[in-house]
Design a protein around this ligand. Structure first.
Ligand code: C2E
Ligand code: CA
Ligand code: CA
Ligand code: CA
Length: 279
């Protein structure tokens, strides 16, 4: 067993090296990927439970890597955060999303709200409010159709600065939602300090609502809390009719998940809106 230990160690380091070099190669190729047009924004519908219609869409970035194919966000977003590439990338996603939303409205499609993820590093740009206003002006999109999603981790750091920025965003007329709710820390104290328009219940709580009494209780509590504080509540990761039934009974305002649609390329999302299929 002792002699094996050494071999295991070698396998382990070989694996670590492979991962580290994959990481490095992704980081290097990400630098030029933006200018080469390798990123694309996909859209996943958000459906209101009252009428069963698409009321919004979350913008989710995709990377069409020239040799590795489609790279998942779970692989490159963390690298983009560490290398600060998330700042130019996130700003590009914001501009592109506003542009497409305005274009769809000009084509006569029913106006919807576009939700764009905002990373903690983006929130620390001193000119963020100007960047948002410029993205709206350039696209010709009314601020009320833009929503920015922040996670609880954002609100954790440099509270004063973050609060000031969130208030500034709200004053532009842009909406704010608290993403992945329930997975971070100190959620409750921030709910008291800032009036988010929407709470997004994390998919980890939604997954087993129809079988796990604890998850069901947590989701009911989050929905009640959100409503009491005057927020709209959206459940993420809804995949089954059973989950939908539970969420309907619990008076969730809207849902997002594979049950209605996966995130789609912009053209396919546009067709889905035209189709106007009820949930
Ligand atoms: P997120 O913001 O929580 O986005 C929701 C994720 O759940 C998306 O994964 C979406 O495809 C996935 N999802 C939606 N419905 C279902 C479902 O019914 N079942 C399951 N199992 N999954 C579902 P995606 O697109 O892979 O993105 C992963 C994460 O990457 C996002 O989590 C977000 O944190 C980050 N991300 C994606 N695009 C951006 C971006 O433009 N900027 C920033 N800062 N982060 C982004
Ligand atoms: Ca999100
Ligand atoms: Ca989320
Ligand atoms: Ca998430």
């Amino acid at each position: 067993a002792k002699s094996n230990g050494r071999n295991n160690y070698q396998f382990f380091t070989a694996d670590m090296n492979a991962r580290a070099s994959e990481r490095l190669s992704l980081e290097t190729s990400m630098r030029d990927a933006l200018s080469r047009g390798e990123f694309e924004v996909f859209f996943q519908p958000q459906v209101g439970l009252e009428h069963g219609q698409i009321i919004g869409a979350e913008a989710l970035v995709r990377w069409n890597h020239p040799t590795q194919g489609l790279v998942a966000p779970s692989k490159f977003i963390p690298i983009a955060e560490e290398s600060r590439m998330i700042v130019p990338l996130g700003n590009w996603v914001l501009r592109r999303s506003c542009e497409l939303a305005a274009q769809w409205q000009r084509e006569g499609l029913p106006p919807i709200t576009i939700a764009v993820n905002l990373s903690p590093l983006q929130l620390h740009q001193s000119n963020l409010l100007d960047l948002i206003q410029d993205a709206l002006d350039t696209a010709g999109l009314d601020a009320k159709y833009l929503e920015l999603e922040v996670t609880e981790s954002v609100v954790m750091q440099e509270v004063e600065h973050v609060m000031a920025m969130l208030h500034g965003i709200k004053q532009l007329g842009v909406k704010l939602s608290l993403d992945d709710f329930g997975t971070g820390y100190s959620s409750l104290s921030y709910l008291k300090r800032f009036a988010f328009n929407k709470l997004k219940v994390d998919q980890s709580f939604v997954r087993d609502i129809s079988s796990d009494a604890n998850d069901a209780a947590i989701v009911l509590a989050i929905i009640g809390l959100g409503k009491t504080l005057g927020m709209s509540v959206l459940a993420e990761g809804v995949e089954t009719d059973l989950q939908l039934e539970f969420l309907r009974r619990a008076q969730t305002d809207s849902i997002q998940g594979y049950l209605y649609s996966k995130p789609l390329p912009s053209d396919a999302f546009r067709l889905l809106m035209l189709e106007n299929r009820p949930l």
